[in-house]
Design a protein around this ligand. Structure first.
Ligand code: RET
Length: 278
């Protein structure tokens, strides 16, 4: 079907190369992240290792998805010597795969932070359910919406997008409160990192919305430039919201591990450990 923006445009060789290069940088970065998180596992005390495991799963699923998208792009388009453009061949490019990947990664990314927060045991399951459930609902609503990005960008695409924003605001508010509380009890260095994590979260997760809105932007939104721009935005958002976010959460876990007396290479044992067990 021709519901995705990429399938209704023709790319110049430069644009096509850009699309492919950006997708390649995306999966290469996630494969690199995969190696990093596997190797960095030892830098956190055992109680934080499930968090690193979640980063490993996120990296692998994202890397494979982006690789799949790049292959799909190559298969869908043929170079047309007559016009000098890349045009759609017998198959189509399925951008919806992205959302199916988010279905795995969004609940993982949201609940991953719980490992470095002090949340009462009795509340943990409830928060997992709320954040994981709202995250999955947002993705499903957005997935339905993206089928309309060509046929009805200012109608159905917009409406499903607004619907997806409701669970988004809901889980963002909870995430903001829980991480905000942590600034009061984390060791100073970890709290400073957590502050950055909160801003990074706000910036990178909102970037997905900007990318979703691209097809609504008139002629530009429905052009090859629009498709290339959107690929850029999604890739930047992916690297920030998964790789950099995971590295910073790992840093918080390392600082907490050291403060709790767990030896980590390159880190001085904390003099004033102001950490209480959760
Ligand atoms: C959609 C639809 C429009 C409204 C909103 C959206 C938000 C998407 C987000 C996606 C985050 C994805 C991540 C993926 C990691 O693999 C669905 C675009 C609010 C926030 C973090």
């Amino acid at each position: 079907m021709l519901w995705n923006l990429e399938n209704i445009v023709e790319f110049t060789p430069a644009q096509f190369d850009l699309m492919s290069t950006v997708l390649t940088i995306g999966y290469a970065a996630h494969f690199a992240g995969l190696a990093y998180f596997i190797l960095a596992r030892k830098n956190v005390a055992p109680r934080y290792r499930s968090m690193t495991t979640m980063s490993v799963v996120v990296m692998l699923s994202a890397a494979l998805l982006l690789l799949r998208l790049d292959i799909s792009l190559g298969q869908a388009f043929d170079f047309d010597a007559a016009s000098g453009m890349y045009v759609l061949g017998d198959s189509t490019y399925n951008h919806g795969y992205r959302y199916l990947n988010w279905l795995i990664d969004v609940p993982l990314l949201l609940t991953q932070s719980f490992f470095v927060l002090n949340i009462a045991k009795k509340d943990l399951f409830g928060y997992r359910l709320k954040l994981g459930g709202a995250g999955a609902l947002m993705v499903i609503l957005g997935y339905i919406g993206q089928f309309y990005e060509v046929v009805d960008p200012l109608g159905a695409l917009l409406i499903w997008g607004i619907a997806a924003t409701i669970p988004f605001i809901y889980f963002t508010a909870i995430f903001w409160r829980l991480t905000g509380d942590s600034l009061g009890y984390l060791p100073a260095e970890a709290a400073a990192t957590m502050k950055n994590i909160r801003y990074l979260f706000m910036f990178s997760w909102n970037l997905y919305i900007v990318a979703y809105v691209v097809p609504m932007l008139g002629d530009f939104g429905q052009s090859a430039e629009g498709a290339v721009t959107r690929t850029y935005l999604f890739t930047i958002a992916d690297v920030l919201s998964k790789i950099i976010y995971g590295i910073l959460l790992g840093k918080v876990a390392t600082i907490r591990s050291v403060a709790e007396g767990y030896p980590v290479d390159g880190y001085e044992p904390a003099v004033e450990a102001d950490v209480t067990a959760s």
